[in-house]
Write a protein that binds this ligand. Structure first.
Ligand code: CP
Length: 296
């Protein structure tokens, strides 16, 4: 009797159990040393980015190609979306071409989940509004795990910046505590989420002595609808992560990118060896290879 394989989607990090995520971390470690591997050589992946992306889109494409898969990027600017086709119809039509997975980014929270009923292949969320960016959170977890050689239980992370509007923060706040990592939210009141679970502070200096990891975030100005600060420099006075604040502490510094230099992180901290921003990008390919292999 043939076995029907159930389609799995990755909409939020909660779609994978803790054991499955541990497996992804182990697989990603193996993939980090492999330039090419033909495991997905008969597969075809469509990427659909309705919001701009440098890292996530190219990382998925490189991950897919390193596994031997073919990738079709739909250029939204020249697609028939501009002729009034609904997103559901766009996705149904792409699904009719029988891809093996669709990777999607959209400004609307919850949109990837709403598209599941229109497809016969996995949907992978590459970021939806403020809601979720599961592959980013998994690569962040991988980077932390790699740095601390797996000893991550009870490590403390300060998440600094526009937490309220960040899907990276939302995903990490769901994922990291499952692995025993303790978040502290560091943000001005206007960017602080309504949350009673985690410790909060208005200044990184107030909590820096108990922190092992700092994750800086970009102010998500495109989601604000109003100016909270006169200029980005006014925000940076209190929230730019600088050498002055970190001193010589044994801390690693993360940022999902894109980094606004000297607003989110100072130039000198970006070139400090404790800064893992480019390592996160490198790790993203290996983690996405592991995720694609699992779902396809
Ligand atoms: N981290 C991240 O999502 O970056 P991009 O917006 O460039 O994909």
């Amino acid at each position: 009797m043939s076995k029907v394989r159930q389609i799995r989607h990755l909409i939020t990090e909660n779609d994978f159990s803790k054991d499955e995520i541990k497996d992804i971390l182990s697989k990603a470690k193996i993939f980090s040393n492999i330039q090419s591997y033909d495991k997905l050589k008969d597969k075809l992946i469509i990427t659909l980015f309705f919001e701009n992306s440098t890292r996530t889109r190219s990382s998925f494409e490189i991950a897919a190609k390193r596994l031997g898969a073919k990738v079709v990027n739909l250029d939204i600017g020249t697609s028939s979306s501009s002729k009034g086709e609904s997103l559901e119809d766009t996705v149904s039509n792409l699904n009719a071409m029988k891809p093996d997975a669709i990777v999607i980014r959209h400004k609307t929270s919850g949109l990837p989940d709403s598209l599941i009923k229109y497809v016969d292949c996995p949907i992978i969320n590459a970021g939806d509004g403020k809601n979720s960016h599961p592959t980013q959170a998994m690569l962040d977890l991988y980077t932390i795990h790699e740095h601390f050689n797996g000893d991550i239980e009870n490590k403390t992370i300060a998440i600094v910046g526009d937490i309220k509007n960040s899907r990276v923060a939302s995903s990490n706040l769901r994922l990291l505590p499952r692995f025993g990592i303790i978040p502290i939210l560091v943000s001005p009141d206007c960017f602080m989420p309504d949350d009673d679970i985690f410790e909060k502070a208005n200044s990184l200096e107030d909590v820096i002595d108990k922190v092992d990891i700092v994750m800086s975030l970009r102010a998500q100005i495109e989601r604000h609808g109003q100016n909270y600060y006169k200029t980005p420099k006014h925000y940076a006075i209190d929230y730019c992560v600088t050498k002055e604040i970190l001193g010589d502490k044994d801390i690693i510094l993360l940022h999902p990118g894109p980094v606004n230099r000297n607003i989110d992180i100072s130039d000198d901290m970006l070139s400090d060896e404790r800064c893992k921003v480019l390592q996160q990008v490198t790790n993203g390919v290996a983690v996405r290879m592991a995720i694609l292999e699992k779902l396809l």
